[in-house]
Design a protein around this ligand. Structure first.
Ligand code: GAR
Length: 194
């Protein structure tokens, strides 16, 4: 059984979807949600589903003793960033080699980097008149949105799309495919451990 920690900063629709997806799995489960904002809806979503939600402000996130103790107390082996807006500190990346992944709401390397999150990304896709958008799951490195790509899923756009409809189309991909990509990452982690 692989224990997953989901890191999130906001609404938490992905977090909820991932918790539910693995709720009856014999392969993995979400044992911890880490959120940097006490008021974020994701905190309530996690607690409602019976998952511990730890409030970890920036200062605590950057403190190795605090974070490593928290993650080891929950036996975390895989960290999934789902709308987490802080940079993951280098000590965590070193402590979890090839075990931290992030979802980005565009087809990286397009529309990535600092400041590109949530609605800003969909706005940029709309302004660029892109003919398609999509989601990217990638390894987390010290470079913002720069780690190796694990999976991408695409959806066509039309001139009638708005930032809101682009967001909706992309969100559907996240709900459908992100848990499946996490399953594949877990299977490869388990192969490495075997
Ligand atoms: C998701 O669309 C995710 O791809 C995006 O934030 C949203 C979080 O939604 N992440 C980024 O923009 C990271 N740069 P949620 O809180 O409802 O899961």
């Amino acid at each position: 059984m692989v224990n997953i920690a989901v890191f999130a900063s906001g609404n938490g629709t992905n977090c909820e979807n991932i918790i539910n997806h693995f709720a009856h799995s014999s392969q993995a489960r979400v044992t911890l949600v880490v959120c940097n904002k006490a008021q974020a809806p994701v905190v309530e979503r996690a607690r409602r589903l019976g998952v511990t939600a730890a409030i970890v402000p920036r200062q605590a996130l950057n403190d190795p003793a605090t974070m490593l103790e928290l993650l080891s107390r929950h036996h975390v082996e895989l960290i999934v960033l789902a709308g987490f807006l802080l940079m993951v500190p280098a000590f965590l990346i070193q402590a979890y080699p090839h075990a931290i992944i992030n979802i980005h709401p565009a087809l990286l390397p397009r529309h990535g980097g600092k400041g590109m999150y949530g609605p800003h990304v969909h706005e940029a896709v709309w302004k660029a008149r892109d003919k398609e958008t999509g989601m990217t799951v990638h390894w987390v490195t010290e470079q913002c949105d720069g780690g190796g790509i694990i999976a991408q899923y695409r959806v066509a756009l039309s001139p009638a799309d708005t930032p809101e409809t682009i967001a909706q189309k992309e969100h559907e991909l996240e709900m459908k495919y992100f848990p499946q990509v996490i399953e594949r990452v877990i299977a490869s982690l388990q192969r490495q451990q075997a």
